[in-house]
Design a protein around this ligand. Structure first.
Ligand code: FA5
Length: 358
């Protein structure tokens, strides 16, 4: 004999009388457990009934199930409210709160954010490129011949996993057939000049910030991991004066409250012609000469120049129609000047006493 009414009444009484969430859980299981709950037991009895009765009682049992579920849920939220009220009785609002340590962004991140902001206002788009790249994008496509000293194992960290030496699988760049080019940690952000142009056409104004890696001895102004900010513009009639104007504007906005001087001098980079280096006056010794500026009064801060026609070709751009400029800022040295930090290694020390000052 299936007595739905009784189960309905019993469950309602029991659910309403529970006083804690644990008690409610026990009652919930008693009626709704999948294997041996009272509702399931009723459903099992159905099979012995004639079809007519099955049709009538089946839906009634489902209704009962729904009814019990609703009762349980309602009681659960009542109990939670009661528990909340109870705990508030003992809550002393006059007690001091627990101190929460506030983190701050690393000085390099803060500087990068500001730099990105300035370039965005100047109409540049930011592009993020990979830190592990290959010889082709880091050197070949940037007109850097196979015998260039920068490729020397002294300067470049190669990835020694033999399986990854051949990168046919790694490049979906249809502009080139790249074979047997080794994986490396990029030595500069100039890789972005080629990579970002894969799906863009001039006119473009792009910046690409990020970490770069070089195998070299460290001192006050050299690290093995440091940050660069690449920037380049490709359009018709781009000239050296556009390059210098952009750089001057950036420095004026970035160091608006500092008394610094800039110096531009010719320098060779295989991927630009003409090439230039940009120095900032050393604020640590007022240009009298110190260990940070290697007693020269100037800190070498960026490389730059007019993009070499061969590189424009590799970008997929016709050098007869377009020209462009590029620069690569050494962000760490610029951060040092900005905050008055006289040793680059402090930036990577992970020492909270140092980091917390910014
Ligand atoms: C380059 O890396 C070129 N890719 C820059 C460039 C881009 C030239 C576009 C032309 C056109 P360079 O090796 O000089 O150039 O590095 C650029 C800047 O990175 C330097 O001026 C310096 O500020 C910084 N830098 C270089 N080596 C280190 C190092 N070991 N530690 C910290 N900063 C460094």
């Amino acid at each position: 004999m299936i007595d739905i009414k009784k189960l309905n009444q019993d469950s309602e009484n029991e659910i309403k009388s529970v006083k804690t969430a644990d008690e409610l859980f026990v009652v919930e299981k008693k009626y709704l457990a999948r294997g041996d709950g009272e509702v399931v037991k009723l459903l099992r009895q159905l099979k012995d009934l004639p079809v007519e009765e099955k049709r009538k009682i089946g839906p009634e049992i489902q209704e009962l199930k729904k009814y019990i579920e609703d009762l349980v849920n309602r009681r659960r939220s009542e109990l939670a409210d009661e528990a909340q009220k109870e705990s508030e009785k003992y809550f002393d609002r006059s007690l001091p709160g627990k101190p929460v340590g506030r983190g701050t962004a690393h000085p390099i991140s803060q500087f990068m954010d500001r730099a990105e902001d300035i370039f965005t206002r100047l109409g540049f788009e930011t592009v993020d490129e990979r830190e592990v790249d290959n010889e082709f994008y880091n050197f070949d496509a940037l007109n850097t011949p196979k015998d260039h000293p920068a490729r020397d194992i002294q300067d470049t960290y190669y990835v020694m996993n033999p399986e990854s030496w051949s990168l046919k699988h790694q490049s979906n760049d249809t502009r080139y057939k790249i074979q047997d080019t080794r994986l490396l940690l990029r030595t500069h952000t100039s890789t972005a000049q080629i990579r970002a142009m894969k799906d863009r056409k001039p006119p473009v104004r792009i910046i690409s910030p990020g970490r770069v890696f070089r195998h070299e001895a460290t001192d006050a102004s050299h690290e093995t991991t440091f940050n660069q900010l690449e920037g380049f513009v490709v359009d018709k009639n781009i000239r050296v004066s556009d390059l210098i104007g952009t750089i001057k504007e950036f420095f004026a906005r970035m160091y608006y409250d500092k008394d610094i001087k800039l110096r531009v001098r010719p320098h060779f980079f295989p991927f630009v012609e003409p090439g230039m280096e940009i120095d900032i006056s050393c604020i640590f010794c007022n240009q009298k000469g110190c260990s940070v500026c290697k007693h020269s009064g100037w800190l070498e801060s960026a490389g730059s120049g007019m993009i070499h026609p061969e590189v424009l070709n590799n970008m997929g751009v016709d050098p007869k129609i377009y020209s462009g400029f590029a620069f690569g800022f050494g962000i760490d040295r610029m951060v040092m000047v900005y905050y008055g930090i006289d040793d680059i290694r402090l930036l990577y020390s992970g020492d909270l006493r140092f980091i917390k000052q910014f």
